[in-house]
Design a protein around this ligand. Sequence first.
Ligand SMILES: [Zn+2]
Length: 242
Amino acid sequence: MAHPQGHDRPPRERLPAVPCTTAPADGHAHRSPDLSPSQDPVAPDIVDSTARGGRSVALTFDDGPDPRNTPRLLDVLRENRVRAVFCLWGDHARRHPELVERIAVEGHTLGNHGMYHDDMSTWSPERIREDLLETDAVIREAVPHARVPYFRAPYGAWGRSPEVAAELGMRPLGWSLVVQDWDSPGTDTLVRRLEEGVTSRSVVLLHDGGGDRAQTVDAVARVIPVLKAEGRRFTLPAAHGP
Ligand SMILES: [Zn+2]
């Protein structure tokens, strides 16, 4: 809890509380004006839909691992035979390598969420690269041969990070549904927002760290059977088409 920005500081993914398609779009606006066209790398697409078409949905959990929330969440996912994406906050992963290992062992997919959950939108590619590599090293201390196919920018503040992530072999991962679970609005409210919000190929942004996420875990436990009963399949986010 010694992080200078405060462990429990609510994540700013909430600002603005709008569909995240706006956040990734922002990221592409921050280009250094001194880059010539030939030097300006093409920013990769930010993934915001699932790999499969139809009624598929991807659950993604940010800001963990957290000893209060992550083990319960993993239990819920295991009981329901659902696999998800965990975008790991590097400093939290360093404190709880056993949870990183459990996430990987239970078949979930890992994402890099930066070392200290900094806003990278004004950072140079070099600085971003350093942060992402440090985070990656921490993850690999816990799981030496970890596959980390995704990077998600803290706060959705992308800046130059999509191209850096791509250079490091990670897809920038956005989202298509937010339910503002960071506000702990009540489990019933979260369940309703999820049931109403999930559409075909949704990538859902949720949190298992950064605070008490008991409501998130409870809501996920309730909503998975409902979504399954609707015929939805749980899968991974992907870059392109159905
Ligand atoms: Zn976050």
